[in-house]
Design a protein around this ligand. Structure first.
Ligand code: 4NP
Length: 163
């Protein structure tokens, strides 16, 4: 990061090819449409680096494209500097949260870790399920949950900080 934005958010999932790149694209669209893209630095990363350098999964890109999202980030693993560079680090499920807590370098970093669905307005799910080994409905569910949770996240940030 070269320039410190007012709000920096890192979305994290296991592989950084399905859920977190979708969250990144959705959140960027939300803040852009609200006219405050300049205030945000938004990125995504994976717990693992198995898919490092790859575009998001082709199924995820296709389902995202149908809703107008361009998923063009490249997969990368979470690194220690992320805990210093970002204000919020948002995991998708229990596994992501416990892995992030294990990787956090200090107490301040632990306090930056959040769960995506904690920002959801529709409380039907307490995590964003991994769609990788499932069918089309799993990818649609990911987008439904992320659209709702990212909208809630944006409302939370807008209402709790003086913009
Ligand atoms: P993501 O999905 O964590 O939402 O990116 C996955 C991607 C890849 C794998 C698992 C989940 N994998 O086992 O390779």
């Amino acid at each position: 990061m070269t320039k410190k934005k007012k709000h920096s958010i890192l979305f994290v999932c296991l592989g950084n090819i399905c859920r977190s790149p979708s969250a990144e694209a959705i959140m960027k669209k939300i803040v852009g449409e609200a006219g405050c893209g300049d205030l945000f630095f938004i990125d995504s990363a994976g717990i693992h680096g198995y898919h490092e350098g790859e575009l998001p999964d082709s199924r995820m890109r296709m389902h995202g494209a149908r809703r107008g999202y361009k998923l063009d980030s490249r997969s990368r693993p979470v690194k220690t500097d992320d805990f210093y560079d970002f204000d919020m680090i948002i995991g998708m499920d229990d596994g992501n949260i416990s892995d992030l807590r294990r990787k956090a370098p200090d107490v301040e970093s632990l306090e930056k870790i959040h769960r995506m669905t904690d920002f959801a307005r529709n409380k039907l799910y307490d995590h964003v399920p991994d769609p990788y080994y499932g069918g089309a409905s799993g990818f649609e569910l990911v987008l439904d949950l992320l659209e709702d949770s990212c909208t809630g996240l944006f409302e939370t940030i807008s209402s709790t900080q003086d913009n």
